[in-house]
Design a protein around this ligand. Structure first.
Ligand code: MN
Length: 721
């Protein structure tokens, strides 16, 4: 364990502004508070905060961060209060200790939802002061280093999994690669011991075969560069077992095929020398095509800069090279923490929001406010943490970094939510293209906007970033609520009308108090959603009113009649368009109405509006609940294919089936399912599910099938009878 004076000397050695008195007091305070508490290892508990502080001195963090590390477990594990720390060490440190404590408390549950929620809170907490996250990562690193002392298998596993899923990618995201690799490897050892043992075994074999290769290659490379007047330092190292394992998984290669397990960092004196060194190495060795990347001219989103290339080096060994300056090297290892060193030393507290490469943190906080569920958030964030970036430009030259696989629509949302919401198309490098086009590095993108454009449910399939997904879902939710409100209004009005009443606001307001609603809108929303019925509202308004039983056929006909006349002015008559209103409207299972058929919607608890063919027997069951029926019409603009079903009797001979499928294909319809029952030697019965545009399309296709002479009978199945 590091002694008090050693720790203080270390901080002073890199930080002339270090407050030695404060560090001494924090050290003594924490020793006393933790007293004779013990770790699972049997060590005095106090060794843990000291180790965490030590890890942070490697990152050259400031006095407040080191003191926070020393004090980080006092509030949680000892009789220490926030006020006590505030009085002794000031508000800044008290807030940081409090932040770390909150994060630790979040770790206590293990279910996936809870984990996602934790992550959300963790990010909100860190966005206020990134140093809290740095202390937390160091805390986790030390706990992982001592994980094997914990006796419970289940607990060890949970901690390792959480580290792998959340803390390691997060460390990577803020550019702290050494942290990331060590966290991953320690988790790997716990989660997949067998795999790690395999990799280690293979590594030691390779090391036996080529014991001095690492040094040999380093020497050859540096003397080659020296011969060209470049004085560099070369650091060769074997990759960590987990990064080797991940490479094997990603590229589906075996251990035997695995050759590039060595990586070399070449540290030059200047940026210019990086490119010169690259030139020399590419002329000296055969380079592997497709592996060259220039992260100097376009840095990674976490601020990482280097030139990457792979060459066939000495001994025909594939060698991965990373060429960078000293400062780039430092930032690559220490990530966000390095910004403390390279910042103006007078400025005691760098503002994280002003460090360009970390703007994404602010973006994440924005996302949290748009009300995604915790699972959605975790899913999105996990994806983003693991992917590489593409770099694109606005017409004015603003650089936008997006995860690889992002589309032009993601780009629009990255520029501004309002721009994404109104996007109708894009020009990429001057060429007009659909907004779902995948982006490539260096693309220049101009967004074409439409005044009346609104996000559709299918857009979610065309974006990759959490920000875009959250914005689309948010907008859909808002519109969905507006639709349910309008629907609820119509349901209440039609039931009241059937009772000879007018559903005036003044009348309905009586229901608010009785039913505990704050506003008519909220009441209508719940009626529209089917959470409460319009009849409940009627009873609340007029408790003595006895509802007459309406004849279902009449109710349906009445609604139908209205729908054709007032189709455009009536807000609650929804276009049936699965793409646009997928969350509100769906077609009933085993029912196959097509545009051209009469349809009716049924408000169904928890499902929104379920649409049936108007003639379906299921509608009749609703005889006593006419307020649940909603008039529907087809959206003529929709270019969707609809599921339909055909039942046919075909001649049982070779080639019959191919005639049928060919006919269907000729009509541009898709077969989605096909089943048949052998009825007799001469005939067989077939049920074919096909996707078609509308009734006409279906009829024409059926005529052609009937005319083919291999089919004796063909009928549309509209509903299950
Ligand atoms: Mn701790």
């Amino acid at each position: 364990m590091m002694r008090q004076y050693e720790l203080v000397d270390r901080v002073s050695s890199y930080d002339p502004l270090a407050n030695e008195d404060l560090l001494n007091r924090a050290y003594v305070f924490a020793t006393q508070k933790h007293g004779d508490q013990k770790r699972a290892s049997g060590d005095p508990y106090f060794s843990h905060p000291v180790e965490v502080a030590g890890i942070l001195t490697d990152l050259h963090l400031d006095t407040a961060s080191i003191a926070t590390a020393l004090l980080h477990d006092t509030i949680e594990d000892t009789e220490t209060s926030f006020t006590e720390i505030e009085e002794l060490f000031g508000r800044e440190i008290a807030d940081m200790v409090n932040g770390v404590t909150k994060m630790s408390l979040l770790e206590l549950s293990s279910a996936d939802t809870a984990q996602a929620e934790n992550f959300r809170k963790l990010l909100v907490a860190t966005a206020s002061d990134i140093r809290i996250l740095l202390v937390k990562l160091a805390d986790r690193l030390h706990n992982m280093r001592t994980l094997h002392f914990i006796k419970s298998d289940e607990k060890r596993r949970r901690i390792a999994q959480e580290t792998m899923d959340i803390y390691a990618p997060l460390a990577g995201r803020i550019g702290m690669h050494n942290f990331r690799e060590e966290l991953e490897d320690l988790s790997f050892a716990e989660i997949n011991q067998e795999a790690r043992a395999l990799v280690m075994e293979r590594l030691s074999e390779l090391n036996e075969q080529s014991s001095d290769m690492l040094a040999e290659i380093s020497n050859t490379v540096s003397s080659e560069l020296s011969a060209h007047g470049l004085e560099v330092e070369v650091y060769g190292r074997q990759k960590r077992p987990f990064s080797i394992w991940r490479k094997m998984q990603n590229k589906s290669i075996s251990l035997e095929q695995l050759s590039d397990i060595f990586a070399y960092r070449i540290v030059t004196q200047s940026e210019d020398e990086c490119y010169r060194a690259l030139g020399v190495l590419h002329r000296t060795y055969r380079f592997v095509p497709g592996r060259y990347k220039d992260f100097i001219s376009t840095p990674k989103i976490n601020g990482y800069q280097s030139l990457h290339t792979t060459v066939i080096g000495p001994n025909n060994q594939r060698v991965e090279l990373q060429i960078r300056t000293r400062e780039m090297h430092d930032i690559a290892n220490r990530g966000i923490a390095a910004h403390w060193t390279y910042k103006d030393q007078q400025d005691e507290r760098p503002d994280i929001a002003k460090i360009e490469p970390f703007n994404w943190l602010q973006d994440m906080v924005e996302q949290l406010k748009t009300g995604e569920t915790a699972e959605e958030f975790l899913e999105n964030t996990k994806l983003e943490l693991f992917t590489d970036q593409v770099f694109c430009f606005t017409p004015k030259g603003r650089l936008i970094a997006l995860p690889r696989g992002a589309t032009a629509l993601d780009f629009a949302y990255a520029v501004h939510t309002a721009i994404g919401n109104s996007c109708i198309g894009v020009r990429i490098n001057g060429l007009k293209l659909p907004f779902r086009t995948l982006l490539k590095n260096g693309d220049e993108i101009e967004i074409i906007r439409g005044e009346t454009q609104k996000p559709m449910a299918t857009w979610v399939n065309h974006v990759r970033t959490g920000k875009a997904r959250a914005a689309i879902r948010h907008s859909l939710r808002e519109r969905e609520e507006a639709e349910f409100m309008a629907l609820g209004k119509q349901m209440i009005e039609s039931l009241f009308a059937a009772e000879g009443l007018e559903a005036k606001g003044s009348l309905l307001e009586r229901a608010l108090g009785v039913m505990h609603y704050e506003s008519l809108d909220l009441l209508r929303l719940d009626v529209g959603r089917g959470d409460i019925s319009a009849a409940d509202v009627l009873l609340a308004v007029m408790p003595k009113k006895r509802r007459r039983r309406s004849m279902i056929a009449g109710a349906v006909r009445g609604l139908m009649g209205r729908s054709t006349h007032k189709a455009t002015s009536h807000p609650a008559i929804l276009p049936l368009n699965g793409a646009l209103y997928g969350t509100v409207v769906k077609i009933a299972d085993d029912h196959f109405p097509l545009p051209g058929d009469e349809i009716v919607g049924v408000v169904t608890m928890g499902q929104g509006v379920v649409v049936y063919p108007a003639a379906a027997p299921d509608i009749l069951i609703l005889e006593d609940k006419p307020e649940r029926l909603v008039a529907m019409k087809w959206d003529e603009e929709a270019e969707t294919l609809f599921a339909s079903r055909v039942h046919m009797t075909a001649v049982n001979r070779t080639g019959s089936l191919s005639v049928i499928t060919q006919t269907i294909a000729d009509f541009d319809a898709n077969i989605t399912n096909l089943s048949f029952i052998q009825d007799s030697d001469d005939f067989c019965e077939l049920t074919v599910d096909v996707e078609v545009r509308d009734v006409d399309h279906m009829e024409q296709m059926m005529d052609a099938i009937r005319g083919s002479r291999v089919v004796s009978e063909a009928n549309r199945v509209i509903f299950k009878s």
